[in-house]
Design a binder for this molecule. Structure first.
Ligand code: ADP
Length: 225
């Protein structure tokens, strides 16, 4: 199933690259402006191919266990702060207000730093991608000492996800039709997040969302005592 999905996904940009190169070779782009347009499309489709391959490799490496999981005591707040260094300029570029509510650094979980970084980064980039200009994105880390977990929440005031799409958003290559025009993507980001949180770390990932209002993705990991 995966191989056939992957082949299908790779074929679309590849066919488009081939078609535009053929048109260039046949001299169908009659002026400089049109030629530049074709180059732009080819370049965009090449980027898409690159993103797809990177994501597919990431997922298959983790799923097949090729990537060694390095578990160590880490502070989720520290990881989230690193993600914010990347996300804040991105949000500023879209005039999105970033709100941080971070628990003190000393609370620790046992986790693979790089993988959790990747998971939080994917959630934050989605929140920014699928929130229109002027919206708000909130990132929080809280402790639930009673349940012995630490909870990370990424919340936005963006497009939201229609109720019919919600059960599918963690599937490989699934993209919500209504949100496609909003941003580029591969439909693999959330698959990776789910795998990192639930399979690798025995955590729990959940989502609540309402179309037109926004979404909240949250995951929890056991606190180190
Ligand atoms: P993509 O690369 O398309 O962003 P993901 O696997 O990260 O893929 O997400 C799957 C789909 O779920 C996205 O295409 C988008 O439609 C929807 N989605 C994910 N996060 C959000 C969000 N914060 N707000 C609205 N829609 C979202």
């Amino acid at each position: 199933d995966f191989v056939s999905n992957v082949s299908h996904e790779l074929k679309t940009p590849l066919s488009s690259i081939k078609a535009y190169i053929e048109m260039l070779v046949d001299g169908e782009a009659t002026d400089e402006k049109m030629r530049n347009e074709f180059y732009e499309i080819i370049s965009g489709e090449t980027d898409r191919l690159h993103r797809l391959i990177e994501n597919i490799l990431n997922i298959s490496r983790i799923e097949s266990g090729v990537v060694k999981v390095v578990r160590e005591p880490v502070s989720l707040t520290a990881i989230v702060k690193q993600v914010l260094d990347v996300g804040v300029p991105q949000a500023r570029g879209k005039n999105i207000e970033m709100i941080e509510q971070l628990a003190p650094l000393y609370h620790q979980v046992e986790a693979d730093r790089d993988m959790i970084y990747q998971a939080v980064l994917n959630l934050l980039s989605n929140a920014i991608k699928y929130t229109p200009e002027g919206g708000k994105v909130t990132l929080s880390v809280t402790m639930d000492e009673r349940r012995g977990v630490t909870v990370c929440e990424v919340s936005d005031t963006g497009m939201g996800i229609p109720v019919d799409d919600l059960p599918h958003i963690f599937d490989k290559f699934y993209r919500v039709r209504a949100n496609k025009r909003m941003a580029k993507g591969t439909g693999l980001g959330l698959t990776l997040v789910k795998h990192i949180i639930e399979t690798v770390h025995d955590g729990k990932l959940s989502v609540t969302s309402e179309a037109g209002k926004g979404s909240t993705f949250s995951f929890e990991l056991p606190l180190l005592t």
